[in-house]
Ligand binder design. Structure first.
Ligand SMILES: [Zn+2]
Length: 179
């Protein structure tokens, strides 16, 4: 297997998107300024929405991922926030897209920075975790492109190594402390 080097976003964008030159002042990580035209670039976090979704019997709903990263392991309903969308809207939309369920946000829990490689490029997500509830499971229909299976678990029985992403592992540990 060929191991591809994971590229930093600034390495991918070698040339200034405004003037096309490639001379940068980079006084601190995550920031650089084009010496030719003054165009400034920031490495901003990508905002991720994640739900710890419970049904009315207090079972935690996890999804077995059909895609990398973490293919075959368990994740939670969620995804990246789109432009113009609130994080709350992203939570509800992602759950609807992935499961066809209409969920309710009970409260915001915490945010956790994550490292996430996507198609060879390093992303810097900041995942916002929400405690959510679903009352009616009857509309359940998985988007099989995203997830292969839905599982209902006791959050205290889930094995850490079965969880797909580092931020979700950390989030689950924090969730267990407040349940
Ligand atoms: Zn420039």
């Amino acid at each position: 297997m060929i191991t591809e080097k994971i590229m930093d976003p600034f390495d991918v964008l070698k040339f200034c998107p405004k003037c096309g030159k490639s001379e940068w002042a980079a006084p601190r990580p995550g920031y650089r300024k084009c010496l030719a035209c003054g165009y400034e670039m920031y490495k901003n976090p990508t905002i991720g929405a994640a739900s710890f979704l419970f049904d009315t019997q207090n079972r935690l709903i996890l999804l077995r991922r059909a895609k990398n990263p973490g293919k075959g392991l368990l994740g939670v309903p969620g995804g990246f926030c789109e432009v113009g969308e609130s994080i709350e809207q992203a939570v509800l939309r992602e759950a609807k897209e992935e499961t066809n369920l209409d969920i309710k946000i009970e409260k915001f829990l915490f945010s956790i920075p994550n490292n996430y490689e996507y198609k060879g490029i390093q992303l810097y997500p900041l995942d916002f975790f929400f405690l959510c509830r679903v009352e009616d499971l009857s509309p359940l229909q998985l988007d099989l492109n995203e997830n292969s299976e839905i599982v209902f678990v006791d959050p205290f029985q889930v094995k850490t190594e079965d969880i797909a992403l580092e931020s979700i592992r950390q989030g689950l540990e924090r969730l267990k402390q407040i349940l």
